[in-house]
Design a protein around this ligand. Structure first.
Ligand code: 13P
Length: 249
């Protein structure tokens, strides 16, 4: 069984002081009761600050929230995977629904981002999830398959060096969560899709659940066979809640 993983996605929140305060508090709160791997994906500008706040041998690993698919050049505003690797980023989120919906990121470009990240030695966290309309129309599985197939069909993607995250769009920031049973079915479906391409990777890959995960809902979600941890938005900025979620993983 893979080691559980909990990643905080701070989104566009934080400041220099908040970054130090939150990370210091998380770091001092990580004790023996927390067995999972712990990551935080902070805004680009706070990555260096995050590293200088935590200890060299910290259990917290730092990541970014998106990355350019390009290596370098005239791409104003973009940040490359090599740049992130140079500042010791470990994770990078790819295809978060806010990137897909608000910034129009499409599967083809997202797969290029995954490849760029892996080439630079980063671990991409590839996010998928259906909208409320898809969910209500019973199209969850088809949507997930569509979002994931570009990734699985590309033989250059190393499926053993990736994390998947299932985040139903209707559950993000709404206080609604998929039931543990609903989430388990989707996670199992994702694992089966991976298995068709690579059996070994299907066993190894961690599939995180995200969408309004709170200390109260974490335990029953993480108890599901194919839920290997969480991608946490709002609750990752609340130290007590985040540590409690980590403890439940
Ligand atoms: P919330 O936990 O705030 O619903 O956000 C989930 C998310 O988008 C994590 O990437």
């Amino acid at each position: 069984m893979p080691q559980p993983l909990v990643i905080g996605n701070w989104k566009m929140n934080g400041s220099l002081s908040l970054t130090s305060d939150i990370l210091r508090a998380i770091e001092s709160g990580i004790d023996d009761k927390i067995k999972c791997e712990v990551g935080v994906c902070v805004p680009y500008v706070y990555i260096a600050q995050a590293h200088s706040t935590i200890a060299c041998d910290s259990r917290i690993t730092v990541g970014a929230q998106t990355v350019s698919e390009y290596k370098s050049g005239a791409y104003t505003g973009e940040v490359s995977a090599d740049m992130l690797a140079e500042i010791n980023c470990h994770w990078v989120l790819v295809g978060h629904s806010e990137r897909r919906v608000l910034f129009n990121e499409k599967d083809t470009a997202l797969v290029l981002k995954v490849l760029a990240a892996q080439r630079a030695g980063l671990v991409p966290v590839y996010c998928v999830g259906e909208t409320e309309a898809d969910y209500k129309a019973g199209n969850t599985f088809q949507t997930i398959e569509n979002q994931i197939s570009a990734l699985l069909d590309n033989k250059a993607v190393d499926l053993k060096q990736i994390v998947l995250a299932y985040e139903p769009v209707w559950a993000i920031g709404t206080g609604l969560t998929a039931t543990p049973d609903e989430a388990q079915k989707v996670h199992d479906f994702i694992r089966q899709l991976i298995k068709k391409q690579n059996k070994e990777a299907a066993i190894k890959v961690r599939i995180l659940y995200g969408g309004s995960v709170k200390p109260d809902s974490a335990e029953s979600l993480f108890a599901q066979k194919d839920i290997d941890g969480g991608l946490i938005g709002g609750a990752s900025l609340d130290v007590e809640a985040f540590l409690s979620i980590c403890q439940k993983a």
